[in-house]
Design a protein around this ligand. Structure first.
Ligand code: SF4
Length: 233
């Protein structure tokens, strides 16, 4: 099957069949997962580690996560013996705040660029498959997400970005989590639906998009899913 055929077929496959098709076609291609340990990431991780137990799990360590998120990350890493890769910006939070002030209040785009996007660009370079837990339903900016997309990094390197749960609803995510008894971040029990850095995450109002609680509703994306250029395949 050509890449183009796989791209087309992927939209009709469920997550497990898509994963099987990808690894049948590309059995030894270097792969990674970007993971903030949200419920979607835990599902993708649970599926992926059955085939790639040592898959690099890239966690964007911005220095601004909830204490609960750090505890959860460390617990899951121990329990599942993960190959966790903390993706860090060399400038510490203290250095950044001393130089620029509290960027997440005055210029969140720059803060995300420095603490997420730039470190991620470099971290993705060794890989040809980039798995994510993105879903179309999460926000208007993700409505046209395909299960497999080819992306070009700023360096010119291209890789396949794979979103196994692109067509899943939140109800499916929660049902899978319960059925398979996957651990989940404790913030969900407090009403959070999309969980990132603590200063930029709030509980969404009833009926709003899950990501409307991020950045006080001023933006919907940090840039890590928009910096790479989607190409035609
Ligand atoms: S989500 Fe907020 S704190 Fe985290 S990197 Fe972006 S602006 Fe900074």
């Amino acid at each position: 099957m050509s890449d183009a055929q796989l791209f087309e077929k992927s939209e009709a496959l469920n997550s497990e069949d898509l994963l099987r098709a990808i690894f049948e076609q590309m059995p030894s291609v270097p792969a990674c997962l970007t993971c903030s340990f949200q419920a979607e990431d835990m599902i993708v991780l649970s599926l992926l580690r059955q085939r790639l137990p040592n898959v690099p799990v890239l966690f964007l360590e911005t220095g601004y996560h909830f204490a609960d998120t750090y505890r959860f990350r460390d617990q899951v890493t121990r329990d599942w013996k993960l190959n966790l890769v903390n993706v860090v910006q060399q400038t510490t939070v203290q250095q950044q705040e001393a130089t620029f002030g509290i960027l997440h209040q005055i210029d969140p785009a720059k803060c995300c660029q420095l603490r997420k996007v730039e470190p991620l660009m470099e971290s993705l370079e060794p890989f040809d498959l980039w798995f994510t837990g993105l879903r179309r339903e999460q926000s208007p900016t993700r409505r046209n997400l395909k299960k497999i997309e080819r992306h070009r990094l700023p360096s010119g390197k291209t890789l396949l970005k794979i979103s196994l749960l692109a067509d899943w609803s939140w109800a499916q995510v929660w049902e899978f989590t319960g059925k398979h008894q996957l651990a989940y971040l404790p913030q969900y029990d407090r009403g959070y639906l999309s969980i990132g850095c603590e200063p930029c995450t709030a509980i969404p109002t009833s009926g709003a998009d899950a990501r409307s609680g991020r950045w006080g509703g001023k933006k919907l994306e940090c840039g890590m899913h928009t910096f790479s250029e989607k190409t035609d395949g």
